[in-house]
Write a protein that binds this ligand. Structure first.
Ligand code: ZN
Length: 222
């Protein structure tokens, strides 16, 4: 596996869920009063290749599931959520970045607002030779952050919730979110791609946010 493309990790098994099993997993989520919990690393859905969506749910059920995923993402809060993060092994994700991060983060991370959108069966390709390293975290790996090298420019091929084929280009932090969420559908977590020596507990991360990336690299040896 290249660390910078969207191929599944060779060790990631393909989900063995039948369409009936997918439905019996999703329908109770749609009917529940409360939002589903975000599953944590060690849950098999996070380590398997999710199934392409091919009509396991009706369009109404798919729309309702996407709406729940959006609520879970807002509630967390986060900038993206993939279906495996609520234990559902389907290639679906929601993305949105409306956080007010201030001018420094905008400049340092090329972090610009991303309007909400949902993707079905997405696949990304790096479109330039440019890569960037930044600290990254995941709602399914609570309490940790690490530096991940990612493509700065990607093209995303996907289907929208109405089943229309779409193609879009993303840059900077938006491209990072696109890669992180698509990776989830292949059973890949950011910790598979990170500089492992950069791994930081949230309680330690504040100092590096303040002192800067170069100081973190020199002090931790990554
Ligand atoms: Zn994640």
């Amino acid at each position: 596996m290249s660390f910078l493309d969207s191929s599944p990790h060779p060790a990631a098994p393909v989900s063995a869920f039948t369409p009936e099993q997918v439905r019996s997993l999703v329908l109770p989520i749609l009917e529940a009063e409360a939002l589903p919990p975000i599953v944590q690393v060690g849950h098999p859905a996070l380590r398997q290749q999710s199934l392409p969506f091919d009509g396991q749910l009706t369009s109404e059920e798919l729309g309702a599931l996407i709406d729940i995923m959006r609520q879970v993402m807002h509630n967390a809060p986060g900038v993206g959520l993939a279906a495996p993060q609520i234990g559902v092994p389907l290639r679906l994700a929601v993305l949105e970045d409306k956080f007010d991060v201030g001018p420094e983060a905008v400049a340092a991370r090329s972090r610009h607002p991303l309007d909400f959108f949902a993707v079905v069966n997405p696949q990304y390709t790096a479109t330039s030779g440019d890569y960037a390293e930044h600290y990254e975290g995941c709602l399914s790996v609570r309490g940790l952050q690490a530096v991940v090298k990612r493509a700065v420019d990607v093209q995303l091929d996907y289907f929208d919730v109405q089943g229309r084929q779409q193609k879009a280009s993303f840059n900077g932090w938006q491209a990072r979110i696109v890669q992180h969420e698509t990776d989830h559908l292949n059973g890949t977590l950011y910790i598979d791609r990170c500089s492992i020596r950069s791994l930081c507990a949230d309680s330690q991360y504040g100092q590096w946010a303040e002192l800067g990336f170069d100081t973190a690299r020199a002090s931790l040896g990554f």
